[in-house]
Design a protein around this ligand. Structure first.
Ligand SMILES: [Fe+2]
Length: 294
């Protein structure tokens, strides 16, 4: 049987069947997944009991794996997983849930805000692939919002307004929304980068809003006016008709295009183990020219 994809939401999201991610994928299957990503922007694979090595091998079909350095407050000696994996669990190296006041946990709570992975990097991520090894019994859903549909639904005046805007994104802004306090070293590591407000998909030519809670300023705008517009656009873009709620089953793998989607995780009982592992496909270029800070 050849790999097949069925749309499971009115505007996006495909469910993939007839594929085993423990095996190397043939060229036709890789091309079918890429075409599916261009079209559906989120793909759901069920029943994929894979190892980290198998997840890394599958991810490499779609490009280089992004270097995760500089994206969190976890120290190198605290890492639980291979550096090619992003640990999005609630666990420490001892495989136990982090304490309530652990800085790594408090930092990771930022994943409950709408965002696009690595928009705080000058070259932001292309795809993310999230594998549910141990899923929450209740809650812990991941929600996705389609930024293409959100763009299409803007009125003409707003499309003109946002077309050429450039924003500054940083983990300082998203974590600042939650009152998370950074060290001087983290402040330096999380220096803002510039991103276009509107992106155009390189294959389909569709435009999308490029939004994230990491966005904190609009270049050339007074701060309160910038923040007010960012809030308005985020409210618009996350209306229920643009949102898919993924309720995790163990061994689901969900893959999404960060250039076209925002996502967030929902609360769950953090006394329980939730072991989620992400690999990230690096982007290939900045969305806009960077300006060196003085
Ligand atoms: Fe994320």
């Amino acid at each position: 049987m050849a790999l097949s994809i069925r749309q499971i939401h009115p505007v996006f999201v495909g469910e993939v069947s007839e594929v085993d991610l423990r095996q190397p994928l043939l060229g036709d299957a890789v091309a079918a997944v890429e075409t599916g990503m261009d079209h559906y922007a989120v793909l759901v694979f069920h029943d994929q009991n894979i190892t980290d090595e198998q997840q890394i091998a599958f991810t490499r079909n779609f490009g280089e794996i992004e270097n995760s350095a500089g994206g969190n407050v976890t120290k190198p000696e605290e890492h639980r997983l291979n550096p090619l994996m992003n640990d999005v669990s609630n666990l420490g190296r001892d495989h136990k849930p982090l304490a309530r006041d652990d800085r790594r946990r408090l930092f990771n709570l930022g994943n409950q805000l709408w965002h696009s992975d690595s928009s705080f990097r000058a070259i932001p991520a292309k795809y993310s692939l999230l594998s549910g090894r141990v899923v929450a019994k209740k809650g812990g859903n991941t929600e996705f919002a389609d930024m293409r549909a959100a763009y299409d639904a803007l009125d003409d005046e707003t499309k003109v307004l946002v077309e050429d805007l450039v924003c500054e994104h940083s983990l300082l802004y998203s974590r600042g929304l939650l009152g998370f306090e950074v060290t001087p070293e983290e402040r330096e590591m999380f220096r803002p980068v510039r991103q276009r407000r509107v992106r155009t998909h390189p294959v389909t030519g569709r435009k999308s809003l490029y939004l994230a809670s990491h966005a904190g300023t609009i270049v050339g705008w007074p701060m309160p006016e910038a923040r007010a517009l960012l809030r308005d656009l985020t409210e618009h873009a996350t209306q229920p008709q643009f949102v898919y709620v993924h309720q995790w089953r163990q061994y689901d793998l969900v893959m999404w295009d960060n250039r076209q989607m925002m996502h967030r995780v929902r609360r769950f009982d953090e006394g329980e183990i939730r072991d989620m592992r992400r690999t990230t496909v690096a982007g290939d270029a900045p969305t806009v020219e960077q300006v060196q800070a003085a």
